[in-house]
Design a binder for this molecule. Structure first.
Ligand code: ZN
Length: 412
């Protein structure tokens, strides 16, 4: 058994170095890291398996999918780990470049070019830091004191390439992953071997996305690609053994990239016909942000469903109620002692805590189509609202005089 897994690791390592040599701009090291952890870290493997079953349950139950017309907004913090250059030079890219990169990312997620689907999910640079202070969502840290960083950039955990230890770089600056999607902009990855990588959604201190400064641009295909990984998308060619064979395609729900409208292919196949399959919409794969093809223009509907299902379960769900992009959020309302709600996400009940002056106010729970699901009156300082019969998803709870205070509630 040990020999087998060592052999597999060796093969993966060989493929990894082959991939480095080709130098395609879109190539990322996410897969390598993921496969390595799947083999060596049982807690990680269990998390991925659990998450897969949650995602499958949500995406396969479209009647339960009340999320289609809700715009999700994800607070982002960008940490620029530079080499001591002045702002705007070298790896210390300017604020405007970062803002334009996020705008470009949003254009791709919102399907501004009209070629794919609108994921109805977008990203905002944080306006509040973890202490509640104002921020532009961009931090800058000189990383040159970390051994090997100046020469080789960052080395992702589990890799054998040259570079600074990943956790040492990320420890220079990181914000809580429960409230912010962390993006680290670095000088190089593996001394130039890769342009980006992202954690699949498993949480933890170092969850987030790493991208080289030259790819953090408004036209970057790398940024939407890595964010796609961050929301649990695999490559469209997942399972091709490194461009060796057509991915297994017996059941599109559990094979390949687990997306049914992105036909499986080999990573090098991007031409007008797909040698692996004539089924489904080939353009969805060969022009997909999650491919390595030269022209990428779209996410597909199945990917949208998977991204959005990922967004409503742990660990990404808490980003939807983060106040990182303020100005008004649950914590802020709570700190003003008007109303607060907990827990959120909720399972069977939600508690509304109200100032005594506000007893007798009304509350209404709406679904995402605006339909009233529940209503009642705040009769004590803590009112319990039963959610047990509602299906999982996002609801709006409005409360108070003229129902002026509204909270996004996630029912798990
Ligand atoms: Zn990738």
């Amino acid at each position: 058994m040990k020999i087998t897994s060592n052999l597999i690791l060796t093969i993966i390592s060989l493929l990894f170095f082959q991939m480095q040599g080709k130098g395609q701009s879109a190539e990322c090291v996410t897969d390598y890291i993921h496969k390595n952890r799947m083999q060596t870290d049982s807690a990680y493997r269990n998390q991925i398996v659990t998450l897969e079953s949650q995602i499958e349950a949500i995406t396969q139950n479209q009647a339960n999918n009340k999320l289609k017309s809700t715009l999700f907004t994800i607070p982002v913090v960008v940490h620029v780990i530079h080499l001591g250059e002045p702002i705007g030079a070298g790896s210390n890219i300017s604020d405007i470049q970062i803002q334009q990169a996020i705008a470009g990312l949003n254009n791709r997620f919102r399907n501004v070019n009209g070629l794919g689907v609108d994921v109805e999910l977008e990203f905002c640079l944080a306006s509040k830091d973890p202490n509640g202070n104002s921020t532009n969502g961009i931090n800058r840290v000189d990383g040159s004191s970390i051994p090997n960083y100046s020469a080789n950039g960052i080395k992702p955990t589990g890799n054998t390439c040259s570079g600074a230890v990943e956790t040492a770089i990320k420890d220079l600056k990181r914000w809580p992953v429960s409230d912010y999607y962390n993006i680290w902009v670095v000088s190089k990855i593996c001394n130039g071997g890769f342009v980006g990588y992202a954690s699949y959604p498993v949480g933890g201190l170092y969850d987030g996305l790493v991208i080289v400064s030259t790819s953090m641009t408004s036209t970057s295909g790398t940024l939407p690609h890595e964010v796609g990984h961050g929301f649990f998308l695999y490559h469209t060619f997942n399972g091709d053994g490194g461009n060796v064979s057509c991915p297994i395609d017996t059941n599109c729900i559990i094979n390949g990239d687990r997306i049914c409208d992105t036909p499986p292919h080999k990573q090098g196949d991007c031409a007008t016909t797909n040698p692996c399959s004539s089924a489904s919409e080939w353009d969805n794969s060969r022009y997909n942000y999650m491919s390595y093809c030269p022209l990428v223009t779209r996410f597909a509907q199945g990917q949208k469903d998977r991204i959005r299902a990922t967004a409503i379960v742990s660990p990404r769900a808490s980003l939807l109620t983060s106040v990182g992009c303020g100005p008004l959020g649950i914590n802020e309302i709570s700190s003003n002692n008007i109303f607060s709600i907990f827990p959120n996400p909720a399972q069977s009940v939600i508690n509304v805590k109200a100032d005594i002056k506000l007893l007798g106010s009304s509350y209404v729970v709406y679904d995402n189509t605006g339909k009233t699901i529940l209503k009642g009156t705040i009769t004590s300082e803590t009112t319990i609202i039963e959610l047990g019969n509602l299906s999982g998803g996002i609801y709006l709870l409005s409360v108070g005089e003229n129902l002026k205070q509204s909270f996004k509630v996630i029912k798990e």
